[in-house]
Ligand binder design. Structure first.
Ligand SMILES: *[C@@H]1O[C@H](CO)[C@@H](O)[C@H](O)[C@H]1NC(C)=O
Ligand SMILES: *[C@@H]1O[C@H](CO)[C@@H](O)[C@H](O)[C@H]1NC(C)=O
Length: 262
């Protein structure tokens, strides 16, 4: 959702709450996108911010829960549970993309996410060497449509100059206007996400990293990231490309925790 869209949604929800009987259709404008996810996966999480609210008697779960989520600026997902007769809303800042594929179906339920449909989730990826001492921080973490602020959900490259990059492959040229990169949720983000460029191309026939300059620059982030910084790059017009490369010029290991392209 764009920032304008989000602000508009908040104003709308505030208006709805002032009305004696709010139309459910109004709430649905702010409903976001549905996604199947294990309740346990969302609840059992120590890295996220979350709240569980009792559903008041007679309240419509979808309207009540989506309003509560929309009114908290940190909320990214809401779930009414248990699924057949909801008694609670769970609201969380966990990042779950609409095309996320749940593997633990035993307690899966339909939740609603603020995140857009994007191209990074389920793309293919190539990258520089991974940082050896952290075997869980694999590049595939950037494709799974899930991020709970745990550093083991990030991708961490080796620190050598030829390894501080990743390239997403969409299989064919796709058009998009936004690239969003999440820095890690720790203060060391200032060293691990610093002076980052995003470039786009339809070919990958270059040798990293110097030859990345042959690709079109989509956006750049000159500064050092703060803890948990979300870097949003937006092109004035849609750009079409098969490959999106993220590349850190600063001399350290490059850590990216979540990527969205839409
Ligand atoms: C990713 O690679 C696999 C195996 O080469 C291929 O079958 C699939 O179509 C690719 N996906 C995309 C989005 O390019
Ligand atoms: C990639 O190819 C598409 C059409 O096939 C074109 O519209 C687009 O501008 C190309 N992108 C780049 C970055 O060259």
């Amino acid at each position: 959702m764009s920032q304008v869209g989000e602000q508009w949604c908040r104003v709308w929800v505030t208006m709805l709450l002032l009305l004696p009987s709010a139309p459910v259709e109004g709430g649905e404008l702010c409903l976001m996108r549905s996604v199947l996810i294990s309740l346990q996966r969302v609840q059992a999480d120590s890295f996220t911010k979350q709240e569980s609210l009792d559903l008041p008697p007679g309240a419509r779960p979808a309207l009540y829960c989506s309003n509560k989520c929309t009114l908290r600026d940190w909320c990214q997902l809401w779930c009414a549970y248990p699924s057949n007769t909801p008694t609670h809303c769970l609201i969380s800042n966990i990042i779950v993309m609409p095309t996320y594929q749940e593997t633990n179906l035993a307690d899966a339920l339909t939740c609603h996410t603020t995140r857009p449909k994007d191209l990074a989730t389920h793309a293919n990826i190539t990258a520089g060497k991974q940082y050896m001492s952290f075997p869980l921080r694999v590049k595939e973490n950037l494709l799974d449509g899930f991020y709970n602020y745990d550093k083991n959900q990030c991708f961490l490259t080796d620190s050598s100059n030829s390894d501080r990059w990743f390239t997403l492959d969409f299989g064919q040229p796709k058009c998009f206007q936004h690239v969003i990169l999440y820095a890690m949720n720790y203060d060391i983000a200032k060293d691990r996400f610093n002076n980052v460029q995003v470039r786009v191309s339809n070919v990958t026939a270059v040798t990293p990293p110097d030859d990345f300059s042959a690709y079109d620059l989509f956006g750049e982030f000159p500064g050092a990231a703060s803890r948990g910084q979300v870097v949003e790059m937006k092109s004035p017009k849609p750009v079409c490309a098969r490959f999106v490369t993220g590349h850190m010029l600063y001399n350290n290991a490059f850590q990216v925790c979540h990527v969205e392209v839409f």
